[in-house]
Design a protein. Sequence first.
Length: 488
Amino acid sequence: MTSDVRIPGLESPVPTGLLIGGQWRPSSSGAVFDVLDPADGTVLAPVADGTTDDVTAAGDAAAAALPGFAATPPRKRSEMLRKAFEIMTARAEEFALLMTRENGKALPDARAELTYAAEFFRWFAEEAVRIDGDYRVAPAGGTRTVVTHQPVGVCLLVTPWNFPAAMLTRKLGPAIAAGCTSVVKPAEDTPLTALLLAQVLAEAGVPDGVVNIVPTMNAKDVVATAMADPRTRKISFTGSTEVGKILLKQAADQVLVSSMELGGNAPFLVCDDADLDAAVDGAMLAKMRNGGEACTAANRFYVQSSVAAAFSEKLAARMGAMTVGRGSDEGVTLGPLVNEETVAKVDRIVRSTVEAGARTVTGGTRPEGPGYFYPPTVLVDVPADSAAMREETFGPVAPIATFSDDAEALELANSTPFGLVAYVYTGDLARGLRLAEALESGMVGINRGVVSDPAAPFGGVKQSGLGREGGHEGIGEYLTTKYVSFPL
Ligand code: ADP
């Protein structure tokens, strides 16, 4: 059964089927899986559990829709995205509540995500009509070259649960703008937001087959089947570095165009000349936005020795004052983590870091009772090789260590295989820029706790990924370059 489901607090029912070629369908096996409410572990909705046959059918639909969609005038594709932006904005509260229900995040975080997510559609509506080319004269004269860009083809989009709307619009926006068709595999914890989004895109005029959605509990086989489908031309993945590496190996077999937004281990540097209150405000955003469940989350704090005690005290006071509870309850600023595995990982990392010698200033103990809650936690005197400094915690934990000078700060910050984002707080912009240039990361925030922006090229270096999402670069990931050469 895959009838639409009513979610408490939402006006309209939410689809729970697979979307293939414009049709909502049950799984070919008839199976469903349960999406849980992380606040109490109860079942929110049963969703169709897609099979390898289903993902191949989605590939059929995407391949069939491709020629027509690739030939659709850019202005039309642009207007579909603009319309989708408007619908999402008009239904913002509904989307926010749905994300809170299936992901657990506090409503203010869900609202912020919805705004950010919708903005990708507006941004790429504006990019769709600016796909340009050029006309070149050969250095020796005679030959002319026309350089143009074409949609890459059928895209496989695999998304995570931490930002169920934004991680998808960030891929679907440029895919639609470029004229590509897609098969989407949303995260098993949060498929409902993707299904509601697909409904919005249909309402905005996106033709049948352009966006196909296959939720599944069997990500491994379903994704591998789509990766091996010769009609798939591109994989765009957001998730763990571990799974990204598996997909890159699979991508090699078909030489797929690959965009990978993988794990982070963001350092947050506080220099002795920083405005400490501003640094604490920034730290709260960098650490606690989305409950710490973000690849951009500040994962390691390095504070210059002379200001470390003051910074830790202020941060612990702010963290300790957060209101933890069901994400949709009034006044809650930290909801539960998404699932048992995630909260168990956070708990393990904190225990092991404390055993390694760190001191807990606030939080640090998993509460009893239902739901996947973990309290805001600040650890100080954290050893460099402890779990909290090495692993991506993906939770509300701020481990703090000190540095004596900028050379040491850089050595500590760069001592990781990851390189997504880094944050620097300093009162001296030149010092901030020198640090930013030397930090091994794709993005740096100076005196800012959030750098994400649909108009900026998001992405990492080292094992944090390949390719960029957003900005002018984002659409390029969905286009191939072709040139036509002729004598004149
Ligand atoms: P996280 O640790 O954030 O859950 P994952 O990398 O495990 O991140 O998951 C991100 C996405 O990748 C999800 O949609 C998930 O279903 C999918 N996924 C997980 N394992 C595999 C796999 N072996 N092959 C393909 N996709 C996978």
